[in-house]
Design a protein around this ligand. Structure first.
Ligand code: GLU
Length: 449
């Protein structure tokens, strides 16, 4: 059977077995389609049924999370942890708290995480967890009660050498603090079983900034291949959360001009560009007051608030999706290209729909998938684990130097593997192939488990 027939059969069966899991199927399909030259050269992966094994999570834990709100009323949410692949190390990946969370969305995120973690060069397996609990509009005590209830079950399944959760959408250092506290109480053990901790109790400096800074470093690396850099580039991001804000901060530091960003309520177009003072306001607004970007336009009147609108119609040189999956459609992609955008560097996981990706490839612009360009967050989580094991704290400069090195090495891997398998300059193929080979070879080494 030739590789193409094998892949078609594989995908048909994958669809049959996971019929309702749309985003998971999308993520797997995107990876598998780029692996055909690898399978052609190494039929062992077909014989060992690596694809069939790599798309099946090692374990999915699903549980009930009952908690009481401030009025004493009972609520029941669903909790999950998808322990996807431990070939390279203990399961590692964030916890997402958002009403959209389902077993399907976490399966997709854990699959992506496996490849992303492989790219970081660190010994990390892939996992992801979360709940359909929405932190928006909840008081601190409600969030605490929920997080404690979530850990009351999850603590059985995680641990320093087993599975190390961190934050993701809706889960920042406040939530990690409550989860870590309950985990410590139940196990009577102060360990690095979570990352994204605050520095006073075991966290790494620069972990909050790491994903966003890493995205900007990756974009800088991409531009270097064209003998260009970020100086003077007009940029837009999407989500103004943790990833978005620190992407904007580093882009600005590197000389770019960020003119657009957004949240659930709408987007901001600030043609003068963000600066240190505006960033400080935005951080206070988002991280401390958990307010809406609407207030930015009230504070800085030259900025325009556009209710319910995304940022992709704003003319820019470089675009950075930093919100969530499938946030950038084929129509958005065409608009970006029409307005002269020449680089798209993903800060969120699978933000571009398949037709958007196709449009970027057709146009031949610089385009990098999230699993490569947003790996800085989990990479610094890996560094947090190392510091915890050594019982030391590194300075921000030390962590930043590691982060820069890791982002450059991921960038280089993407290009090396892309050219080795005849897909020169294709960051999607390069990231998928580099991530896949390390996991696949390790699975073969460890036998049929
Ligand atoms: N949630 C982040 C990601 O998507 C970070 C995961 C981690 O630090 O474990 O990569």
């Amino acid at each position: 059977m030739n590789t193409q027939t094998y892949l078609n059969n594989f995908l048909t069966e994958l669809h049959e077995r996971n019929a309702a899991q749309k985003v998971f199927l999308q993520a797997v399909e995107e990876v598998v389609r780029t692996l055909s030259p690898v399978l052609d050269q190494n039929p062992t992966y077909i014989k060992e049924k690596i694809l069939e094994r790599i798309v099946e999570p090692e374990r999915i834990i699903a549980f009930r999370v009952p908690w009481r709100d401030d009025k004493g009323e009972i609520h029941v949410n669903r909790g999950f942890r998808v322990q996807f692949n431990s070939a390279l190390g203990p399961y590692k990946g964030g916890i997402r708290f958002h009403s959209s969370v389902t077993a399907d969305s976490l399966k997709f995120l854990a699959f992506e995480q496996t490849f992303k973690n492989s790219l970081t060069t660190l010994p990390l397996g892939g996992g992801k967890g979360g709940s359909d609990f929405d932190t928006r509009g909840k008081s601190d005590t409600e969030v605490m009660r929920f997080c404690h209830a979530f850990i009351d079950e999850l603590y059985h399944h995680i641990g320093y050498h087993t599975d190390i959760p961190a934050g993701d959408l809706g889960c920042g250092s406040r939530e990690i603090g409550y989860m870590f506290g309950q985990y410590k109480k139940l196990t009577n053990d102060f360990t690095g079983a979570f990352t994204g901790k605050k520095p006073n109790w075991g966290g790494s400096l620069l972990r909050p900034q790491a994903t966003g800074y890493g995205v900007a470093y990756f974009a800088q690396n991409m531009l270097t291949t064209k003998e260009d850099d970020l100086k003077g580039k007009v940029c837009v991001v999407s989500g103004a959360g943790n990833v978005g804000i620190y992407t904007m901060e580093k882009l600005t530091e590197l000389g770019a001009k960020v003119v657009g960003f957004m949240d659930y309520d709408g987007s901001i177009y600030d043609k003068d560009g963000i600066n240190e003072e505006k960033l400080a306001f935005l951080k206070e607004l988002v991280f401390k007051r958990r307010g809406s970007v609407k207030e930015y336009a009230a504070k800085f009147p030259q900025a325009q608030f556009r209710p319910g609108q995304k940022t992709w119609d704003i003319p820019c040189d470089c675009a950075f999706p930093t919100a969530c999956e499938n946030e950038l459609t084929g129509t958005d992609a065409k608009l970006l290209l029409k307005n002269g955008c020449t680089l798209v560097c993903e800060g969120s996981n699978m933000p571009s729909t398949p037709d958007a990706v196709e449009a970027f490839h057709q146009a031949g612009i610089l385009y990098s998938p999230g699993k490569a360009s947003n790996a800085g967050g989990v990479a610094v989580s890996g560094l947090e684990m190392t510091q915890n094991s050594m019982r030391v704290y590194w300075t921000a400069e030390e962590v930043d130097a590691y982060l820069k090195r890791i982002m450059s090495s991921i960038h280089e891997s993407c290009l090396t593997y892309a050219s080795q398998f005849a897909t020169q300059g294709d960051y999607v193929a390069g990231a998928n192939i580099a991530g896949f080979l390390k996991v696949a070879d390790s699975m073969i080494d460890q036998g049929l488990v």
